[in-house]
Design a protein around this ligand. Structure first.
Ligand code: FMN
Length: 162
């Protein structure tokens, strides 16, 4: 079995989540390609695809949107798992609200859309980003829950091996 793990990340937190998912799946004996969305030229050879993105201003990043747009008709039916990495601790947004990633999921039927808490480290950001983040109420800190990431990867492994 051969699967793709791809994710769009601006400041690295989402890439590290995708790396952890890829490592976990690979450790189960499944062959994994871990690529940036822009480097994927075909999805024809994959039995399943895990696609993720950091969320910025309620949207997936353009690279992830572009990936879904390019491959929406070719992604393996029923074998696409999606994840968002977003802010933590802002109650006004439901963590599983599909509208947070824009209209892309209306084109592709995903087995699951999971939202993981991310990392907000102002020192990594431009002044403009820091102002937007402040307005959006983003909470400073690294809230990534690696156990939750492993658990989600295990659910994918279980589904693929069923
Ligand atoms: C300018 C800015 C806007 C953000 N907007 C959102 C948002 O709308 N929703 C959300 O859940 N998280 C939002 N976040 C939090 C990021 O998704 C979070 O920091 C994430 O871990 C970034 O991932 P990355 O390091 O892979 O780019 C925002 C962060 C910044 C800096």
């Amino acid at each position: 079995m051969h699967i793709l793990v791809t994710a769009a990340s601006k400041h690295g937190a989402t890439d590290e989540v995708a790396d952890a998912i890829a490592r976990r799946i690979e450790a189960s004996g499944i062959t994994v390609d871990r690529l940036a969305p822009a480097d994927v030229t075909s999805v024809a050879d994959y039995d399943a695809v895990v696609v993720g993105s950091a969320v910025y201003i309620l949207q997936w990043m353009p690279e992830a949107h572009d990936f879904m747009e390019r491959f929406k008709d070719e992604l393996p039916a029923g074998r696409v798992w999606a994840f968002s990495v977003g802010m933590n601790g802002v109650p006004k947004h439901s963590r599983q609200d599909g509208s947070r990633v824009g209209p892309l999921l209306t084109h592709v039927k995903c087995r699951d859309l999971h939202t993981f808490a991310g990392r907000y480290k102002p020192s990594l950001l431009s002044l403009r980003e820091r102002s937007v983040a402040r307005l959006a109420g983003v909470v400073e800190g690294d809230f990534r829950d690696w156990e939750a990431v492993d658990q989600w990867a295990d659910e994918i492994i279980e589904a693929l091996k069923a």
